[in-house]
Ligand binder design. Structure first.
Ligand code: G1P
Length: 308
């Protein structure tokens, strides 16, 4: 019998910036990284690392900072806890404890002086080298049933250059995102990116296509980032570096966008975070039925009739 190996991707490394202070979630984030806040019963960051493994990537570099030790502990073995569960014969919980350290090979580098997303990505340069790589932002959770990263890696294999994830948003919300000017291609879910602007005023936005936090980047981005001056908010913006790549295809090739229509949960601010938990809890096989029943009753009892 002939054995075939799984297809190997040109991209093997993922970078996850996780150095932010998480001030929107204080006091919860005073001593706990915001990435460790649970979404139902798993830290938000674990969903993101699982996504890299599902897409076939084998190496994750996390860009961390002070106060982020818990991230390293979470993706490492916990010998005492494992022994205690083995002693008790609790195989189910043992599997849950082990799941996070069996996912991938993890590496960490500290950003030190946080100067924006572009600067965080630049900290990955020595680890990534001259290979294309993925970047995943922890505030965006993509439902595993709607694979986005694999599609972006396929587009990257065909088109080269860089690929960003885009989602159509309400024009009134575009000031919260990087925004892309685009041209259609023969693929209905792929666009050519002709320009990018970070968090534009709605009146000046070139479209309602928002960058959601997934990127496949050509390593030429590092050279551009080194020369990118602080932009919006006084920070070195990844969007500004990508704008330069889109404007000059000779350095780093074109920039394409994959238009995502699947389920995305935002854990970046408190209300969206609560929405993400409720949505995901409702859909869980184990918790969903009981939680949905309670939720329906709770809403009926607490929302006065006539108020949506
Ligand atoms: C970052 C990027 C922005 C992107 C967004 C997606 O902004 O700078 O271009 O649209 O992530 O979540 P942040 O939300 O970190 O301010």
């Amino acid at each position: 019998m002939k054995h075939t190996l799984p297809p190997t991707r040109a991209v093997t490394k993922a970078v996850i910036p996780a150095a932010g202070l998480g001030t929107r979630f204080l006091p919860a984030t005073k001593a706990t990284p915001k990435e460790m806040l649970p979404v139902v019963d798993k830290p938000a960051i674990q969903y993101v690392v699982e996504e890299t493994a599902t897409a076939g990537l084998t190496d994750v570099l996390m860009i961390t900072g002070r106060n982020k030790r818990a991230l390293e502990d979470h993706f490492d073995r916990n010998f005492e806890l494992e022994q205690a569960l083995i002693k008790k014969g609790d195989k189910q919980r043992l599997a849950k404890v082990r799941a996070s350290n069996d996912l991938t090979t993890m590496h960490y580098v500290r950003q030190g002086d946080p100067r924006g997303l572009g600067h965080a990505v630049l900290c990955a340069a020595p680890h990534v080298g001259a290979q294309p790589f993925a970047v995943l932002l922890g505030d965006d959770l993509i439902d595993p049933r709607d694979p986005l990263l694999s599609r972006m890696l396929d587009v990257h294999e065909h088109e080269g250059g860089s690929v960003v994830a885009l989602m159509e948003t309400e024009p009134s919300q575009i000031h919260l995102y990087g925004c892309a000017a685009v041209q259609n291609t023969a693929d209905p879910d792929v666009v050519k990116v002709t320009g990018l602007v970070e968090k534009p005023d709605p009146a000046e936005a070139p479209s309602n296509y928002a960058i959601i936090g997934r990127y496949v980047l050509d390593p030429a981005v590092f050279e551009v980032l080194r020369e990118t001056a602080p932009g919006r908010g006084g920070e070195i913006q990844l969007t500004d570096a990508l704008q330069k790549l889109a404007a000059d295809e000779k350095t780093g090739g074109p920039v394409h966008g994959v238009v995502f229509k699947g389920r995305r949960y935002d854990t970046g601010d408190r209300v969206d975070y609560l929405r993400a938990i409720v949505q995901l809890a409702c859909e869980r096989e184990d918790l969903g039925p009981e939680f949905r029943n309670w939720l329906v009753r709770h809403v009926a009892e607490t929302v006065p009739s006539g108020i949506a």
